[in-house]
Design a protein around this ligand. Structure first.
Ligand code: ZN
Length: 293
């Protein structure tokens, strides 16, 4: 599933294609893909897209009503202000692409939004999702307070200092891999960047958080940020069919030290990498390099 670097890349590549455009109509091909229901769908019409943002693995489009001066009384923590939001969770296979205004839906198209600029039909935003685990929510700013998944999201690792990342990860009885994946502690980390940051910090994924020293937690915080920053610079990791909203693949998969390398040799010590199940997820690590606590 797209993690922080991939969603950030999709947001950055989608923004120039949709910001400033007005939604003229919404086509619902699969109603269940609208997780918050359809009540606010009519309110999308005439809304102008102000910004594309990311919170954790969520991608948001913020809208202002036609002719609005841009003053929005209800702020949403962690998101730029807007009168109405389209919130996408891409999950396993969700994707967002902009096509020509008359493009026909594909087999896996779940939603389409017609966009116009200066009164002229310009394009059509597609939400495609093969496995249908992804969703879109149409939300007013005041709706976010009642959405527990959103309000319980932890801090953004790239804008949190190492001390606070160490604090967010270093409590409780979880294994450190599970703590990294826990979106309530830090938002946006998934299987790829959990395994890669643990390798770089030389920490075994099954180590209990309580058994990690402060030094180890700070090293992990620094590794996590370095890995995420590099992945954002390289436009994410393309495994399976991930593409950004401009249709380009990412390049960070070329820097994987452990993820997806089951049975291969460690790039540092040449020991065979070990595959195990931690926190219900396939986990790859080097038993020789990842021993520190
Ligand atoms: Zn090794």
């Amino acid at each position: 599933m797209p993690e922080l670097p991939e969603v950030e890349t999709i947001a950055r590549t989608l923004a120039p294609q949709v910001v400033g455009r007005t939604i003229t109509s919404t086509h619902i091909l699969r109603p269940a893909s609208l997780a918050a229901g359809t009540a606010l769908v009519p309110a999308l019409a005439g809304g102008r897209i102000q910004h594309v943002a990311r919170r954790g693995k969520l991608l948001t489009l913020g809208l202002a009503p036609a002719g609005s001066a841009g003053a929005f009384p209800v702020p949403v923590p962690g998101l730029p202000p807007a009168a109405l939001y389209l919130v996408f969770h891409l999950k396993m296979t969700g994707s967002l692409f902009v096509h020509s205004p008359d493009a026909a839906p594909g087999k896996h198209t779940r939603l389409m939004f017609d966009l116009c600029r200066n009164g002229v039909a310009e394009s059509r935003l597609f939400f495609n999702d093969i496995r249908t685990f992804g969703y879109c929510r149409v939300m007013a700013p005041e709706d976010f307070a009642a959405w527990k998944f959103f309000t319980s999201l932890g801090s953004e690792p790239l804008s949190t200092d190492n001390q606070n990342i160490a604090k967010a990860l270093g409590h409780g009885k979880m294994r450190i891999k599970a703590a990294l994946l826990d979106q309530r502690r830090l938002a946006g980390v998934g299987n790829i960047y959990a395994d890669e940051s643990l390798f770089r910090a030389k920490i075994a994924p099954q180590t209990k958080t309580a058994d990690l020293s402060r030094t180890a937690l700070l090293r992990l915080a620094a590794s996590l940020k370095a890995v995420l920053q590099q992945a954002v610079r390289e436009c994410g990791s393309s495994i399976r069919d991930y593409r950004d909203a401009a249709g380009n693949a990412g390049a960070f998969q070329n820097s994987f030290m452990v993820y997806g390398r089951k049975g291969e040799k460690c790039k540092i010590c040449e020991s065979p990498l070990q595959c195990s199940n931690v926190a219900g997820r396939t986990t790859i690590h080097c038993p020789r390099c990842q021993k520190q606590s």
